[in-house]
Design a protein around this ligand. Sequence first.
Ligand SMILES: C[S@@+](CC[C@H](N)C(=O)[O-])C[C@H]1O[C@@H](n2cnc3c(N)ncnc32)[C@H](O)[C@@H]1O
Length: 466
Amino acid sequence: MAVYSAAAAVLAGVESRQGSLKGLVYASNFQNVKQLYALVCETQRYSAVLDAVIANAGLLRAEKKLRPHLAKVLVYDLLLGKGFGGRGGRWKPLLERHQARLKAELARLKVRQGVSRNEDLLAVGPKPGPASQVPRFVRVNTLKTCTEDAIDYFKRQGFSYQGQASGLEDIRALKGKCFLLDPLLPELLVFPAQTDLHDHPLYQAGHLILQDKASCLPAALLAPPPGSHVMDACAAPGNKTSHLAALLKNQGKIFAFDQDAKRLASMATLLARAGVSCCELAEQDFLAVSPSDQRYCQVQYILLDPSCSGSGMPSRQLEEPEAGTPSPERLRALAAFQQRALSHALTFPTLQRLVYSTCSVCQEENEDVVQAALQQSSGAFRLAPILPSWPHRGLGTFPGAEHCLRASPETTLTGGFFIAVLERVEVPSSVSQAKAAASELTPSPAPKRRKRRRKAVAAPGTQPGK
Ligand SMILES: C[S@@+](CC[C@H](N)C(=O)[O-])C[C@H]1O[C@@H](n2cnc3c(N)ncnc32)[C@H](O)[C@@H]1O
């Protein structure tokens, strides 16, 4: 694979938080690891500058086949790196056609910022938007450790535990090596935004999952009790599946589907690292999974987190508010799939509770999809009233839409997200209990800030399989 395609794939993986830069570089199988690593690092460093230059030069509008991550890597090398030299393949002539325009946009940016060297653009940089203030959320994987032990491990590493946050203000004020327990989710630790834990031994050993708070809510709100059967309809790369397994305590069954073989392969690695043993993975189109298949006759819980525009993902909100805005055609296609998937999920005969989530902020992929599926279910399902104290609610586009949750860097200090919980109108009592437990997640008492030393978390590798 040419270095540019490899770098684009790694960059996309890092931005969608599929792994650490280093891990993805090694997983790419690209021979010259050093060259690839340097190219991605530098492209990332100039990310905001490159986004601005590419957008202002209209490169992606003019070259429809050029994907954004590849464009970024190529433009980095053309304008700021070593130049293509003998590299670049078929992209070289294409980029060279736009070279003058791209150079002019870079020059214009420097004039606007009042700097003369490329390097100086980094120092001035675009003003950090609210997305860059989203803290680093860390979910403790209770299949492998517990919150107290994880907290103790960080304390021994010189981090200062500030106790449980009482609200967003505590989280906003976090800095340096301080960390908190989330006010809502009892297994979620919160660190300052710039904390990078991808190389942390507890993360490498699967004791910690680096997962945004909003993305932890779907499994927490589905709240399947241990022993139950759950379906994860669009599951890869598997962060929510591993969360479901932790809630099930590995007891019961998760049927996880995804139609992307590559993503499923990294999901298998993630699940093994997280100690998940109750999950059956299948490379399959969820729309083709039959509701009358006897294997699924006990499935009462479905998590549906389908492909979406990703317009709520923080990395896309940094510089160009328009950069994450999908075209109307793409939105229509996505929404059509999402609605088919949701309506299909609601036809599983034993289903009692379903969580629909996206990392999109577009009404078309969220409230509109839920409204259409509810209408199609002819009153068999309704929106469950969840987390009444959550500050950001669904857009009031239909009666009851306020039961949906939205999330954003500005309102909840998370990525942009949408969640709806649908429940069957007639619910048997066991599910009512789960529903009641999840309607206002009440964390167990937070581990206190203590001086006393506690038993160490097993150093990764010392207790294999734990
Ligand atoms: C937003 S991602 C899921 C993220 C995942 N829930 C997690 O938390 O890690 C959407 C996934 O849906 C998968 N997908 C898209 N269409 C599908 C289909 N028809 N059947 C099954 N999976 C599908 C994509 O391959 C992608 O991996």
